[in-house]
Each structure stands twice: as C-alpha cells, then as structure tokens.
Write a protein that binds this ligand. Structure first.
Ligand code: AMP
Length: 275
C-alpha cells in the first residue's frame, strides 16, 4: 500500500495506479462501515485510494474537532488488510493554503436537517471533497448512506460542478443490535450504548407504519415521543423526498426518514428507506 503525505508523493503514487480509481474519503478512526466502502470500491475492479483527513472546516466552533478520534496507525493497518492501494494523508496547510479565498456554497439538499443544526458543515464537507477529488482524480467515489444527506449534497455538487466522477452510495453497516457504526460511538457510556439501538428500532417501526399507509404526521410524532421517553432527544425525525430531502406529509416513493437524536455527549445520526 502506498502512503502519501505530500502532493508530490501523491502525484507519484497516483501515476502508478492507472486511470480507473475508486476513492473513499474518510476522517479516520476506521471501522467496518468505512471498510465496506473500500470493499465496494475493490469489487468494482479499479484500484482503490482512501484519504484520512479530519477536516477542520466541517466542524462548528463548539464541536469536537480537537477531540475527534485520531488512530492513524490502526487505520493504516486496516486499510492495508482491506487491500487499499493508496492512502492520502494531507495536512491542513496543504488542504487550506493560508492565502486561500475559495469555498463552495450550497443550497438544495444542504439546506435542511444537518444544514440547520450545523451551519457551515456541508460547505466544509463539499469544499474538502472537491479538493480531494482534484488531488486524487478518481473515476468513482464511495460514500455511506449512514450520512444520507451528505450523499445527496455531494451528488448534487458533482452534477452542478460537472465533475468527472461517479458517486456510489453504500448501505449503512450496523452492529447486530441495529446501531449504525460510527467513529463517535466510542464516546457512549455503557448505559447510553444500551439505549442507542432504539433510534434504528424507531426508524424501522415508523417506516413500516408509513409504508402500510398510516398517517405520516401521527407516526412521526409517536416516534419522537418514544425516543424522548427513552432519553434520546430528537433533533429531527422526518419523512423526506429521498432526492431533494424536502419534508413530506403524504408518503410517495422514493422516500426516506432522516433522524438525529442527542444521547449523552453525542448525536446519533441515522436514516431508513420507506417502502
Ligand atoms: P467519516 O470518516 O465519518 O467522514 O466517514 C467516511 C465515510 O464512511 C462517509 O462516506 C460515511 O458516510 C461512511 N460511513 C461512516 N459510517 C458508516 C457506516 N456505519 N456504514 C457505511 N458507511 C459509513
């Protein structure tokens, strides 16, 4: 596995890989969810590149940028074992030159949900992903449906900026009790960890009720009440059009329920297809 820490190293490594590249951008602290993206990229037959970069511009001032888990050595071992061909580990000065004056602005699918609760988050994500695409020049890039809104934001950005890369969305990898894998789950206390699967259980139940024709508003209200009763404080729990992410009060496919809930020191994020 080639490891690049400078643009020169990246360009030399990139030149040895040929034209077709599947790319998996990450912030490290890798788990089976990330590795499923590497697997999907490998299965597509191209060479696989991953990046590890904890991107400061996607964290708000009161968020956990400095506390975000950094486990580089273990990450590199996992990527090597997974058959990744190239890892790109840029530093902040490379990604954000001091004289930098350009960033991406977004509307559409970035507007609601995480966009409201984390102002500037998706602009930070889109800007860094666009830079990474320019550096790595992948033919395909793999993103997890765990961050469903992020997939729609990136897909929209690629279409709008006419970027020559195909975005591939990969289903969420979960613990056996349903909790979506996340780098932040390690911060859950044992009590909160025991409560956490309730979010996906509630999503499943609400999706089944809505698909069976039950009233959307009432179903979502019941779901929020059930979460609150279990000490998960919902930030949102909404049925949305799966592409525009605009809320729906009457179910029409393709639809998704997007949810975020506070649990102790972290926010759980999850979603489910309906129908
Ligand atoms: P992150 O390191 O959190 O920025 O995530 C890097 C990529 O891994 C993103 O495309 C995420 O959506 C994806 N990802 C994170 N958790 C999971 C999961 N449990 N299942 C599938 N993909 C995931």
């Amino acid at each position: 596995m080639l490891i690049a820490r400078t643009i020169n190293d990246l360009n030399s490594a990139r030149a040895t890989l040929g034209s077709a590249i599947g790319f998996v951008p990450t912030m490290g602290a890798l788990h089976q969810g990330h590795l499923a993206l590497i697997e999907a990229a490998k299965a597509n037959g191209a060479k696989v590149a991953a990046s590890i970069f904890v991107n400061p511009t996607q964290f708000g001032p009161s968020e956990d940028f400095t506390r975000y888990p950094r486990t580089e050595e273990a990450d590199l071992e996992k990527l090597e074992a997974a058959g990744c061909h190239l890892v790109w580990l840029p530093d902040v000065a490379t990604m954000y030159p001091p004289e930098g004056a350009t960033a991406i602005t977004l509307s559409g699918p970035a507007t609601r949900w995480e966009g409201v609760l984390r102002p500037g988050h998706f602009a930070g994500v889109a800007t860094v992903v666009a830079k990474l695409f320019g550096q790595v020049r992948p033919t395909h890039a793999y993103f997890g449906e765990k961050d469903f809104q992020q997939v729609q934001v990136i897909t929209r950005m690629v279409a709008d900026l006419l970027l020559p890369v195909e975005i591939v969305a990969i289903p969420t990898i979960r613990e056996t009790d349903g909790l979506a894998l996340s780098s932040r789950n390690r911060f859950l206390s044992p009590e909160d960890r025991a409560r956490a699967p309730m979010l996906y259980a509630t999503l499943r139940s609400a999706a089944a009720h809505i698909a069976a024709g039950e009233d959307v508003t009432k179903t979502l209200e019941t779901a929020c009440n059930n979460l609150s009763a279990a000490n998960l404080t919902p930030d949102y729990f909404n049925l949305v059009d799966a592409r525009s992410l605009e809320p729906m009060t009457i179910f029409t496919a393709p639809a998704r329920i997007l949810a975020a809930a506070k649990l102790g020191p972290i926010r759980l994020l999850d979603n489910i297809a309906v129908g």
